[in-house]
Design a protein around this ligand. Structure first.
Ligand SMILES: Nc1ncnc2c1ncn2[C@@H]1O[C@H](COP(=O)(O)OP(=O)(O)O)[C@@H](O)[C@H]1O
Ligand SMILES: [Mg+2]
Length: 312
């Protein structure tokens, strides 16, 4: 029996009569990276807020590091680090002062705090900005400082709410490497993301959440297996995809797909076969479009509702 760092059972949360979490069950093994993957508005931040004791659940239970989030919120707070809020940053102080202050608050001696601050400033490409007041920082610099602050101490469980949103490619890769490094040290990482490739790359296990419900849970490989087998792609002369057909991966299934493409009369010049991507997984599990899930989710829903109204 392995130790659970996070356990969630039958968790419900509503805001003003609107159900946001509708019975969530999760178990995160200690020392692993767990990704909560879902579109904007799925309930990811709400779940993180409950797990980090910022929001109370309406029903169900959750524990972090063996501490109940309601009955022992102090125990939870001692076990975790949370990022994504920026609340910890003092605008009047410099980046370096912020980091040293947080390190001191986390129990570092003054020289160790200075050392830790220097390390993080380097890792997050903030050395040049280190002596400038935070209120002069750009959005990207703030984001990196916020992440650095959340990683000053390395508690047993770290929550990262959409950690790479708004980061440039270089900072994103730095952060990915840091996450994997922390996990290698035995720290449990619970992160949320809208990026399928990010969950695929980082997480030992992934839960796909949609409208407050876990629609699938497993390793990236397991999720892909649930969706089916190889996808047949038809491309045109410019190597642009004309049509994609999911198959069950069997010889018969592949032949059917190719026959279908042949009979379709579509102007394709080459056929290739690939493994299903996380995008395919998400599409299959939530049965709707995923790309740029930021705003369109509600817009798409609205559009759909409108169509229903019209056709009725
Ligand atoms: N404090 C709140 N008051 C009212 N509604 C909220 C509050 N927090 C979140 N919601 C609503 O709950 C839903 C899920 O939000 P959230 O957990 O932030 O999703 P995600 O992080 O997956 O984008 C959204 O519809 C959002 O508007
Ligand atoms: Mg969120």
């Amino acid at each position: 029996m392995t130790t659970a760092a996070i356990e969630v059972s039958g968790l419900h949360k509503s805001f003003g009569g609107q159900s946001v979490l509708d019975g969530i069950d999760l178990r995160v093994q200690a020392g692993t990276v767990f990704a909560l993957l879902g579109p904007n508005g799925a309930g990811k931040t709400t779940l993180i807020n409950i797990l980090s004791t910022l929001v109370l659940p309406d029903a169900g239970t959750a524990s972090v590091g063996g501490h109940d989030v309601v009955a022992d919120s102090e125990g939870v707070k001692r076990s975790i680090s949370l990022t994504g809020q920026s609340a910890a940053v003092d605008e009047v102080l410099t980046g370096e002062e912020n980091l040293r202050m947080m390190a001191r608050l986390s129990g570092y001696t003054a020289p160790a705090a200075k050392q830790r601050a220097r390390e993080l400033l380097e890792q997050f490409d903030l050395v040049e900005a280190s002596r400038k007041r935070v209120k002069t920082y750009s959005g990207g610099m703030r984001r990196r400082l916020d992440l650095a602050i959340s990683l000053v101490a390395t508690p047993p469980v770290i929550f990262l709410d959409e950690p790479t949103t708004g980061l440039d490619a270089r900072s994103r890769q730095t952060l990915w490497a840091m996450i994997l490094d922390l996990a290698a040290q035995g720290i449990t990482i619970f992160l949320t993301t809208q990026y399928l490739d990010e969950a695929d790359l980082l997480a030992d296990r992934i839960a796909v959440i949609d409208r407050g419900v876990v629609v699938a849970e497993g390793t990236a490989a397991e999720l892909k297996a649930r969706v089916g087998g190889e996808v047949v792609e038809l491309r045109d002369a410019n190597d642009e995809i004309v049509r994609e057909l999911p198959t069950d991966g069997s010889v018969h299934g592949l032949r059917q797909a190719i026959d279908l493409l042949d009979a379709s009369g579509l102007a394709g010049s080459s056929v290739s076969i690939r493994k299903p991507s996380m995008d395919d997984v998400f599409l299959a599990l939530t049965a709707r479009t995923t790309t740029s899930s930021a705003a369109p989710r509600t817009a798409a829903d609205a559009a759909q509702n409108t169509n229903l109204e019209v056709t009725r």
